[in-house]
Write a protein that binds this ligand. Sequence first.
Ligand code: NAD
Ligand code: MG
Length: 400
Amino acid sequence: MTQRIAVLGATGSIGDSTLAILADHPQDYTVYALSGYQRLDKLFALCQQFKPTRVCVPTKDVDSFAQRLSAAGLSIDVVGGKAGLIDIATDVQTDTVVAAIVGAAGLPSTLAAARAGKRILLANKEALVMAGEVLIRAVKTHKATLLPIDSEHNAIFQCLPASIQQDHAQIHDVSHGVRKLWLTASGGPFLNQTFEQMQRASVAQAVKHPNWSMGQKISVDSATMMNKGLELIEACHLFDLPEDKINVVMHPQSIIHSMVEYSDGSYLAQLGSPDMKTPIAHALSYPNRIDSGSQPLDLFALSALEFIKPDLQKFACLRLARQAMQAGTQATIVLNAANEIAVASFLDGQIRLTDIADINERTLTQVSVSTLGRDADIDDILAIDTLARRHTKMIVSKMA
Ligand code: NAD
Ligand code: MG
């Protein structure tokens, strides 16, 4: 039987990589549903190519998109907005949800998929940064399956024994000998540039990643290393470890995608070309393997693999992420919200790249919210998110 897949965020970079794999394996996977928010022409072309049963667009576009589909002879159920995303994520026909929406906008549908007991392929790291405890609890309670496709977390997952893959709490069993996790970071486009050069960076320079081709927000996050900070928080939730058990090492070649350090001195690493199709294919077919269509590694052409200690002064966002993780979920929600506003302001030309860390730090220290209790739910999380966004916008408007 084929796995029926809903790709939420189908018009983005992860959407592209996912659909390229699905197109290669029509016997194993059915594209059941797609969603897109901008670039509806691209979404329309995807509907023509994959003929999904359902599609989600922004609420204001539902009627026009439906007319366009029927004029092209396509009979596809069109739903809209946040409710539409949740409808698709919880649809009884959906087996697997690829959570590839960027930012906080992806949280409600990801959480709904968990509560509906789906198999979730998680790219949307912001969902875990905002709602790690709630999401992980929902996965356990409703027997959902959460498979990371962020390349680092997917690498760590692959380097862990099957018993931990199936039950992350097992990581604390000393017999498994897991000592530390090592997240690798490319360092982005400014690794070998000074802080002053980084300060003058244009948007085009900031989004030009040396190894990976990705959406704009995550590309800026990679340039400030906020991405690694978010990934650190993501790893704490996914693998049930405190932040001091997770190290970050700069590895400019992006060949080793992350590592697990064991008590006997072994380090297990996952290697591959920097191509998101590999972790996505792994998660799609797990526990089996399929051809992802990525280029094999040319080991003979690799002259050296470097490992460098991160400069926390130049990349203050990484320090802020550790600080927020120590402080608790309320702080990671504030940091994520501040960062989404700061990145959008940089892309809009209102602030400099290096202002992002300052703005994030100021929001983190100035917005005071009480510690979230164990019974906190999505409304409490979204209330903190809204409060922090408002505060960050105020900081930006004073700066600009
Ligand atoms: P992208 O900007 O290329 O695509 C984002 C997708 O989300 C698009 O389909 C867009 O239409 C949709 N979207 C945006 N705002 C929305 C909203 N308000 N409501 C509904 N849909 C909305 O981003 P991407 O690079 O594909 O990244 C997606 C997620 O995956 C991010 O969380 C990112 O951190 C994570 N991720 C990406 C990569 C990568 O290589 N691109 C790697 C690891 C993790
Ligand atoms: Mg990553």
